[in-house]
Design a protein around this ligand. Structure first.
Ligand SMILES: [Zn+2]
Length: 379
């Protein structure tokens, strides 16, 4: 079983979300929780963006011991130096450099040519490698890049000292099958990638970030860049909880696992929602309010007979409260009886039928009936 490294960028890509900005104290609190969650890498910020962020990344580098600590930098010497001055205090520091590789970025953003951009990339990686033994290079917008040029960039940054190459689907352009193929092609055409960590970073503009990330894992990626609750620029990034729990649920298919302590997922998710002011929708996979609530009577009956009838992940596994029944007019006798018996109430025959009738009447009027209200019907 292969172990996939989890690179968490909640504190960098996630923090770019309008209104999600954290101060240094808040960043440290989330970083501590990410360490408990046991992610492999924490991208703590973008130090050259502001002195305050540089200071926050430095504090995280000094305090957080287990994960690799990194931050993002443009391929510019002065930015790399600022980043290094923040992460150098970590036990395991990493410099992460990003630079566009698609013609769209080369021509419209940098207004230059491929050759000049490649020279910038190599110079930046060489400089970073002279400071830090661990250097990650991200060809930005890799999925819209010319494949020959992309392979050349990947090869040359590895020669220059990159230890991690991160294929970024910056704009959410990729399709799972095609993205998996891209990872395979890079592995085949650049055998130098065998000696380094091959990573991916997927955005969710068309809702495919998790699917693309998983396709990359299936096709040879070693590291995935994710955020808690899938927050991030625009429509966000691949969600940590979705990728981790899919691997945990289907090791038979992926042949891969992570070191994440899944029981910490719910708590981490709540902290990020509250501190970064981005609540998730109730039907959000794994961490949404309804993720473990069953409302259909047929499902409630099935769950009471055997959990795995309708539950592929146990709530306890992600640190959530055990499965919850939402009682509606569609809930059956089995669910109502279960609620009463859980409260130590044993009634049968006509007595039970009359309570059940009252329950249906109430459910028709108010849509949802709480367990407490069911118990009151007996009293
Ligand atoms: Zn991103």
């Amino acid at each position: 079983m292969k172990t996939i490294k989890i690179f968490d960028t909640t504190l960098r890509d996630g923090e770019q979300v309008p209104g999600a900005k954290l101060n240094a104290d808040e960043k440290i609190i989330i970083a501590r929780q990410l360490e408990k969650l046991n992610v492999d890498v924490i991208e703590a910020g973008f130090p050259s963006s502001s002195p305050g962020d540089a200071e926050a990344v430095k504090r995280i580098a000094k305090e957080i011991k287990t994960p690799v600590i990194t931050g993002l930098s443009r391929a510019v010497k002065s930015d790399i130096d600022i980043l290094w001055n923040s992460v150098r205090y970590a036990d395991r520091p990493r410099i992460h450099i990003v630079l566009g590789s698609s013609d769209i970025h080369v021509k419209n953003k940098f207004r230059t040519d491929r050759k000049a951009v490649l020279a910038m990339a190599v110079a930046a990686v060489r400089h970073a490698a002279s400071l830090c033994p661990d250097v990650e290079y991200s060809p930005e917008d890799a999925t819209r890049s010319d494949i020959d040029y992309l392979c050349r960039v990947v090869r040359e940054v590895i020669w220059a000292g990159a230890t991690v190459v991160n294929i970024a689907d910056t704009v959410g352009w990729a399709v799972p099958q095609e993205f998996g193929q891209l990872i395979q092609t890079i592995r085949k055409r650049v055998p130098e990638t065998e000696g380094i960590t091959l990573s991916v970073h997927c955005h969710n503009d068309c809702g495919l970030a998790t699917a693309n990330t998983l396709a990359a894992i299936k096709n040879g990626a070693d590291q995935v860049e994710v955020t808690m609750n899938g927050i991030g620029e625009r429509a966000g990034n691949a969600a940590l909880e979705e990728v981790v729990m899919m691997l945990a649920t289907r090791p038979d298919y992926y042949g891969a696992k992570t070191a994440v302590r899944t029981q910490e997922i719910t708590l981490t998710s709540r902290m990020v929602q509250e501190m970064m002011h981005i609540p998730v929708q109730p039907n959000k996979a794994i961490i949404g309010g309804n993720a473990f609530r069953h409302s259909s009577g047929i499902h409630q009956d099935g769950i009471l007979k055997a959990k795995d009838n309708y539950e592929i992940i146990s709530p306890e596994m992600v640190g959530a409260v055990p499965h919850e029944f939402v009682l509606t007019a569609r809930s059956g006798r089995h669910a109502v009886r279960h609620i009463l018996e859980s409260a130590g109430i044993k009634i049968d025959g006509n007595e039970f039928e009359s309570v059940f009738r009252k329950f249906i009447e109430k459910a028709d009027v108010q849509k949802e009936v709480s367990s407490q209200e069911v118990i009151q019907l007996v009293q």
